[in-house]
Design a protein around this ligand. Structure first.
Ligand code: 2M8
Length: 503
């Protein structure tokens, strides 16, 4: 696989009207340059011209959240190590310090379960007890599973989309520009991480796909990474929720308005599902599969797994793994692509998740529907159909958008909310996945427009967790690590400061 490279080669905010200092559409800033220029919407930002300063800012965010061998997902809202965040972070770090990037992944994989599962959170034992809920105490019983890694640190027993092999290969690619010594370190790193990556993918293809469908099953919305997406509304609605007791919402302290985060009703359901998972013979996968009321074939996770398997094939050659491994992985890719093909909805021009309990597809229009683009190797007809949806008023050409970037949920979908987390805002990491996939699909012009627009958004608004698609306002956490990381990857190939993490 040719790894796509670019060009060939603050403050929290409140909802408008809350009277608490949110930035409005016309109150845009340039993040780059010193002092910060107060550019307005009428002024154009050329993120490429501003690349060195933007790159410095991104490196500063990663330094701010650096915990030594791993990186907090965000300064306050997320004080632990999240699985797919770390993979994206490694992609960004690869341009600053390939060894530190490798360490990010190795720290995460040091807490891999015996089944091969990579936990969705590795809890930071030094985080203050009242910083994140549900924290290590809530998940501590997962450590009594015979499959769990030694604790502390505690891990959750959920997983997240498998971006890691893509990140490992990115580290290798970046090391090749950094000199012989880095190349040999990166090769050694690939040798060390390869068995962990293979067993992670095997876990997803077996425990999470006992049907052999090629599609990964999730048993909690947190496992999708797109937590409160309307993709999960119907299955969550169908739950008979039991007693979850009072619980804190520390997350709401760190965002401008509760409307930016999932609702209490959604949290009741999340916590109820966690209780059921913990009761299933200490998180036993087979028991969960038999008894759990929320079991979904997640097309986004499945597509990322196909792309990650493509990266893993390349890694397996680089480390001289047995031919049998390559045959196995290529079978996984073929199975994954077939599975996704079966989820295609012609009318919506999108791929749909499948609810195993309700035995029906989930007909909502979200960015997850572009899953086949991420999986790659599409027929021209399928690619064109996806691009038509991508460029339509359902997504990038919706007339109200501040920037032509895909909202997480289509504004035309009844579940769309422009300011609520995964229900509508634009997410830089999603933009990165789509950009990367467009490059791989040979859609270089479209990819380049997406890269520049996404960078412009960050240059104007900062390294936010997500953004209101209509006003462009920064939402959720500022200084979000994976946002800074994808910016660094987008900027690689432009003139970047050799800042490193230490400076
Ligand atoms: C969000 O999820 C966590 C739970 O895992 C939360 O809301 O508390 C999601 O955006 C997830 O995809 C992300 O990995 C995590 C950390 O950035 O935050």
């Amino acid at each position: 696989m040719k790894y796509p490279g670019s060009s060939g080669g603050g403050p929290k905010t409140d909802d408008p009207g809350s009277g608490k200092g949110g930035r409005s559409h016309g109150d845009e800033r340039s993040l780059v340059g010193s002092p910060r220029a107060n550019k307005t919407t009428s002024q154009r930002h050329d993120p490429i011209e501003e690349a060195p300063a933007l790159g410095r800012e991104a490196a500063r965010v990663l330094r701010l959240n650096d915990m030594g061998g791993w990186t907090k997902a965000a300064p306050e809202l997320y004080p632990h190590q999240w699985s797919w965040d770390s993979a994206f972070i490694a992609i960004g770090l690869a341009h600053l310090d390939t060894r530190r990037a490798a360490r990010e992944l190795e720290t995460l994989f040091a807490h891999q379960w015996r089944t091969g599962k990579v936990s969705h959170i590795v809890f930071n034992p030094d985080a203050p007890p009242e910083s994140y809920f549900p924290g290590p105490d809530h998940w501590s019983c997962a450590a009594s599973s015979p499959d769990a890694p030694p604790a502390p640190p505690y891990t959750s027993c959920l997983s997240q989309p498998p971006v890691h092999a893509i990140a490992a290969l990115r580290i290798w690619e970046a090391a090749r520009f950094a000199g012989e010594e880095e190349v040999s370190c990166a090769r050694a790193f690939l040798g060390r991480i390869y068995p962990g990556l293979l067993s992670w993918h095997r876990y997803l293809m077996t425990y999470r796909d006992p049907e052999g469908s090629g599609l990964v099953t999730i048993y909690h919305p947190w496992g999708s990474g797109t937590d409160n997406s309307p993709r999960w509304d119907a299955p969550l609605e169908a739950l008979a929720v039991g007693e979850v007791g009072p619980y804190p919402r520390y997350d709401l302290r760190h965002v401008g308005s509760p409307s930016q985060r999932p609702t209490n009703a959604e949290y009741d359901r999340y916590l109820w599902l966690v209780d059921l998972i913990k009761r299933a013979h200490r998180c036993d996968e087979a028991t969960i599969y038999e008894s759990h009321p929320f079991l979904i074939k997640d097309v986004l996770t499945s597509a990322i797994l196909v792309a990650a398997n493509e990266a893993l094939t390349e890694i397996s050659s680089l480390v001289g793994a047995p031919e049998d491994d390559r045959v196995l992985i290529s079978g996984w890719m073929a199975r994954g692509r077939r599975g996704l093909e079966g989820c295609w909805d012609r009318e919506l021009g999108l791929c749909l998740d499948y609810d195993l309990r309700a035995e029906e597809p989930i007909r909502v229009r979200t960015v997850a529907g572009f899953a086949p683009l991420i999986a790659g190797s599409l027929s021209r007809t399928r690619l064109d159909a996806l691009l038509r949806t991508f460029d339509s008023p359902d997504f990038c050409e919706h007339r109200g958008l501040r920037w032509p970037l895909p909202p997480s949920t289509s504004p035309e979908d009844p579940g769309f909310r422009p300011r609520s987390y995964w229900r509508g805002p634009t997410w830089p990491v999603v933009n990165w996945l789509l950009w990367w996939s467009l490059v791989r699909a040979g859609e270089v012009g479209r990819a380049e427009r997406l890269r520049r627009t996404a960078l412009e958004q960050l240059a104007v608004r900062g390294f936010g967790e997500y953004f209101d698609p209509f006003t462009g306002q920064l939402l959720g956490s500022d200084a979000q690590s994976w946002t800074a990381a994808v910016a660094l990857d987008w900027l690689a190939g432009e003139t970047l400061p050799k800042a490193g993490l230490a400076s």
